[in-house]
Ligand binder design. Structure first.
Ligand SMILES: Cc1cc2nc3c(=O)[nH]c(=O)nc-3n(C[C@H](O)[C@H](O)[C@H](O)COP(=O)(O)OP(=O)(O)OC[C@H]3O[C@@H](n4cnc5c(N)ncnc54)[C@H](O)[C@@H]3O)c2cc1C
Length: 298
């Protein structure tokens, strides 16, 4: 999982020793990534969950939304403010990353409320009321957490992009098989170019996106800057999987809506990736301003 890359790259030797071997063996279960807040949305610098230092602890208060896997995780990488935005030299300063041991936190200052969604995804809302976290759980330096989290976000975008490629392959495989076996007007529907061409187009788009994802993953693995490539990979892959989903539903006709074919389920699932972990608009905005030097819109 991308989450613990933050500890791998920025954690202390003691933190790495405490967590990473147990994660590798599976002794420590899933990990959650606590960034998004209801009043900040995509504008992460406006998060307000605050960790105040008291002796050897941080006392955390605030709220998070859309935190996946929280109920099933042993650990969470939490982004919070340790300095108010208005007091920081830059909006992205004054944020810190804490490792939260969920097994100790739940019921002792942390409440988890599941959020039901249109897809099978265990996501939650979190309420922090004076949750005590040992100061030894601070990752890296206080106030520099935003840059540690950005690394993890690139990994997450590449991982989700890879998932979209898998989704697209699923839709293409299912649609091709169905188009060959379904007979209407005395012949396989796949003999009609009106049915073939969308399947072929989905394959072309998926293949192009897969090259983009491989490129971004290669840069990430080499430790090179890859923010733009991770973003572009996520955009192209999420659009390829959504096109393939729509194509597969259409190819299956009425049966695309039947639960037993799994098309409608995957159709709902793959739609998420144009919104999370970052929406398409924000990627376009990144490319426009950081690559093409167009004026900043926000
Ligand atoms: C199922 C699910 C699981 C998630 N899991 C996690 C998780 O584990 N951890 C976590 O921290 N977060 C998680 N998220 C949150 C996810 O990263 C955010 O939902 C996503 O980044 C979008 O933020 P938002 O929902 O606040 O949308 P908003 O920021 O409110 O944006 C709403 C819409 O407005 C558009 N928009 C906003 N500003 C601009 C602008 N300046 N220009 C153009 N368009 C703009 C956006 O593109 C978007 O379409 C999850 C979300 C979902 C739905």
């Amino acid at each position: 999982m991308y989450t613990m890359g933050t500890i791998l790259r920025h954690g202390s030797p003691a933190q790495k020793q405490a967590y990473l071997p147990k994660i590798a063996t599976g002794e420590l279960r899933l990990q959650a990534f606590g960034v998004t807040e209801p009043d900040a949305g995509t504008d992460t610098t406006r998060i307000s969950t605050f960790a105040r230092r008291e002796g050897d602890s941080y006392i955390v208060s605030g709220r998070k939304i859309w935190i996946s896997r929280a109920e099933h995780s042993d650990l969470m990488v939490l982004l919070c403010r340790t300095q108010k935005r208005e007091d920081a030299a830059k909006p992205s300063d004054g944020m810190s990353v804490l490792i939260v041991d969920m097994r100790q936190a739940v019921g002792n200052g942390l409440t988890i409320r599941p959020v039901r969604t249109m897809l099978n995804h265990a996501t939650t809302e979190l309420f922090f009321e004076d949750l005590e976290v040992p100061a030894a759980n601070l990752v890296g330096e206080e106030g520099k957490g935003f840059r540690y989290i950005l690394d993890g976000m690139n990994a997450e975008r590449i991982l989700i992009a890879s998932e979209c490629i898998g989704d697209a392959k699923f839709f293409i495989d299912r649609a091709s098989a169905y188009a060959k076996e379904r007979n209407v007007f005395g012949r396989a529907i796949g003999e009609n170019q009106g049915v073939q061409f969308p399947i072929a187009r989905a394959y072309v788009q998926m293949t192009a996106a897969a090259h983009m994802v491989d490129h971004a993953a290669g840069l990430f693995e080499a430790g090179e800057p890859c923010g733009t490539e991770a973003n572009m990979a996520k955009l192209t892959a999420s659009e390829a999987s959504w096109y393939a989903a729509d194509m597969a539903l259409q190819t299956h006709g009425g049966f695309g809506f039947a639960e037993e074919y799994d098309i409608e389920r995957k159709f709902r699932e793959t739609r998420l990736y144009q919104v999370a972990p970052i929406s398409t608009n924000l990627i376009l905005s990144h490319v426009a301003t950081h690559v093409l030097d167009l004026p900043k819109s926000f």
